[in-house]
Design a binder for this molecule. Structure first.
Ligand SMILES: *Cc1c(COP(=O)(O)O)cnc(C)c1O
Length: 245
C-alpha cells in the first residue's frame, strides 16, 4: 500500500514541478509518520524515504531512539507540530529542522538548549497566513519583527517559513495563502534584515526553505513555490487517533 501511495505522490509532485517549470530536486518530500508504528516507517525507508515528520515531541524522541541508528543511511527528523518550551530539551539534538517556531520566548529556549549542547539549531517561523483562530503561528506582519530578533540568537539559524493552510475540499482555495507566504519569503530573501547594531545580517543563502502543502493541497503549494511538502495520509493512509503509539 505504502509503495503505491508513494509512487502516486511522486508522480503528482513531478507533474506539479513540470507545470511550474521547477526541478523535482527543489522539493523535499517529508513523510509525516505521526501516530504510525515503526514498521511503517521502516517500510517507507526501504522505499527511499529519508525525511520523516512528527508533531509530538515524545513520539519523535521515541521513534528516533528506536530507529535512527538502525537505518544505514542518514534520516532527517522534522518536528512539525507545536512545541512547548519545557520539551525543547528532548528533541534539540534529534530534530534536523523545527518547523513550528512562533514566538521569541520559544526561540530563546531553543537558543539556551542549543548553546548547552554546543550546536546550531535550524528552524522555520510558523506563519498563520489564513489567520485562523485555531492555528498556531504568527501573522504575516509579525514575521519580520520576529526574524529581526531571532538573528541575534547565535545558536539558531532561521532557514525559512512554514504554514499550515486551512482544511479545504478544493485545494485551489489555498492558493492565495501559499502565494502570500511565498511573496513574504522572497521579500525577506531579497531584503537583508539588519541585526540592530553589530552590522550582521541574515544569511540569505541559508534562508532557503518554504514548508507548505499537505496531502490535500501539496500540488498547489508546489506550483506556488514550496520547497518542502509534508505528507501523511497520502503516504501512510488515514490516521487512527484512538490507538496512538
Ligand atoms: C499531520 C500534519 C501534516 C500531514 O497531514 P496530511 O493531511 O495527513 O498529509 C502536515 N503538517 C503538519 C504540521 C501536520 O501536523
Amino acid at each position: 500500500m505504502i509503495k503505491d501511495n508513494i509512487s502516486e505522490i511522486e508522480h503528482k509532485i513531478q507533474a506539479a514541478c513540470d507545470r511550474a517549470g521547477r526541478r523535482r530536486s527543489e522539493v523535499t518530500l517529508i513523510a509525516v509518520s505521526k501516530t504510525k508504528p515503526n514498521e511503517m516507517l521502516e517500510e517507507a525507508y526501504a522505499l527511499g524515504m529519508r525525511h520523516f515528520g512528527e508533531n509530538k515531541v515524545q513520539e519523535m524522541a521515541q521513534k528516533y531512539e528506536d530507529l535512527n541508528d538502525q537505518f544505514p543511511d542518514k534520516v532527517y527528523w522534522h518536528l512539525i507540530g507545536h512545541l512547548q518550551r519545557n520539551k525543547v530539551k528532548y528533541i534539540i539534538d534529534k530534530a534536523f529542522l523545527i518547523h513550528s517556531v512562533d514566538s521569541l520566548r520559544l526561540a530563546q529556549q531553543i537558543e539556551e538548549e542549543a548553546d548547552r549542547k554546543k550546536l546550531v539549531c535550524d528552524i522555520l517561523i510558523e506563519v498563520n497566513v489564513a489567520e485562523e483562530d485555531t492555528k498556531f503561528g504568527v501573522s504575516c506582519n509579525e514575521v519580520i519583527p520576529l526574524l529581526t530578533e531571532l538573528t541575534k540568537l547565535s545558536h539558531i539559524r532561521v532557514r525559512g517559513l512554514m504554514t499550515i493552510a486551512p482544511y479545504v475540499e478544493n485545494s485551489e482555495k489555498n492558493r492565495k495563502y501559499f502565494k502570500k507566504l511565498r511573496d513574504l519569503y522572497v521579500d525577506i530573501k531579497s531584503k537583508n534584515i539588519d541585526n540592530n547594531g553589530n552590522g550582521s545580517i541574515i544569511d540569505t543563502k541559508c534562508f532557503d526553505i518554504l514548508s507548505m502543502g499537505m496531502t490535500g493541497d501539496f500540488e498547489v503549494a508546489i506550483e506556488e513555490g514550496a520547497t518542502m511538502v509534508r505528507i501523511g495520509t497520502g503516504i501512510f493512509g488515514e490516521r487512527d487517533y484512538s490507538k496512538t503509539v
